[in-house]
Design a protein around this ligand. Structure first.
Ligand code: DGP
Length: 111
């Protein structure tokens, strides 16, 4: 079981910033920007590449949740969504999650 599943199950107390039937969101423990929020599905999908057509609605819901969370944080017009897929791409927790980054200039290309 991943640490994120324990957060979903409320086994590890975490300040939940957003929750609906599909996902929860909370601050990243190691923020890379003034706003760095993780949006995670309640369904256990280890990484994006292991999702399939049955997850289409869920994946859309995650992005719509990101919009709402960005709006709640007054950063609707300037945020970045990142999904690290696989250890070589920087994924360290194997429960699918979106990083929502905002609150500072975000350069491109990313590292
Ligand atoms: P990634 O490297 O893409 O798998 O991102 C995992 C992120 O999860 C990383 O930025 C740090 C964060 N993180 C890991 N463990 C915890 C935790 O227990 N609580 C919170 N809030 N964030 C965590």
């Amino acid at each position: 079981m991943t640490i994120f599943k324990k957060i979903i199950d409320k086994e590890i107390p975490t300040d939940i910033l957003y929750e609906d039937d599909f996902c929860i969101a909370f601050n990243d423990i190691n923020p890379q920007a003034p706003i760095h929020i993780l949006i995670i599905p309640k369904k256990e999908i280890p990484q994006l590449s292991l999702s399939d057509d049955n997850d289409s609605e869920l994946l859309g819901k995650l992005l719509i949740a990101a919009n709402k969370i960005a709006e709640d944080h007054d950063t609707k017009d300037a945020f970045r969504i990142v999904i690290n897929n696989g250890a070589k791409a920087g994924q360290s927790v194997f429960h699918l999650h979106l990083h929502l980054l905002a609150g500072r200039p975000l350069s491109w290309p990313p590292g």
